[in-house]
Design a protein around this ligand. Sequence first.
Ligand code: HEM
Length: 221
Amino acid sequence: MNMLTSSVGKKIMMAVTGVILVLFIIGHVIGNMTIFVGPDGINAYAVHLRDLGPLLWLVRLVMLSIFLFHVYLGVSLTLENKAARPVGYNQKTDLVTGFAAQTMWVSGLVLLAFVVYHVLHFTLHVGVDNVGGLIDAAGRFDVYTMVVQGFHKAINTIFYVVAMAFLFLHVSHGFQSFWQSLGLNNERTQPKFQIVGKLVSLVVAAGFVSIPVIAMLILKA
Ligand code: HEM
């Protein structure tokens, strides 16, 4: 089986890249919780990340490639499915269907748009006011103020909350798809994977949502 050209190979690669991305977002949401410690929490955390130097760039490059590969596989598999059944079935034969399953490509595209916007904003500082002046009392780049000020603009907060609803949908279905693609799902295990997938994605999405909402309503920059 060729992992890059056969449908089964692509599904397995989709599952593997998906898991790596989910591990990234779990790490990211845990790291982001340092914002609730205050500027000393998240600014120190950002310095630790920057201290990784070339390793940070390597991880960024690998993660970007995995992300782009995951998007490519998703588009490719969707096109293959469409070509295989141009008229569509009256009755779905998939083990797992439902709103999240049928909207995977929509939620995927929203997340792609979100990640582009998010990296432009918080990593490349596009649209951040007075970036040069964002230095905290300890002389570090003031990620805390950048993030809190960003979420004091309601439009940003709304966009994040909406995007996280799509993250919930995408990850909750992706979790079940993972087992399905590896051939480990069946009628007995499917409801269990469904519950665990929903729980994991709910906790992750709620963790992310708490940041813009609390920053907008409570935190001062
Ligand atoms: C409220 C939610 C979030 C907050 C407050 C947040 C915060 C941040 C910050 C401050 C950075 C810049 C790190 C730096 O350059 O030092 C960043 C980078 C990034 N975030 Fe988020 N993030 C959130 C949600 C997400 C989600 C849901 C995803 C993925 C679906 C994501 C993916 C990324 C990526 C890919 C980067 C670039 C990594 C890098 O610069 O090394 N973020 N985030």
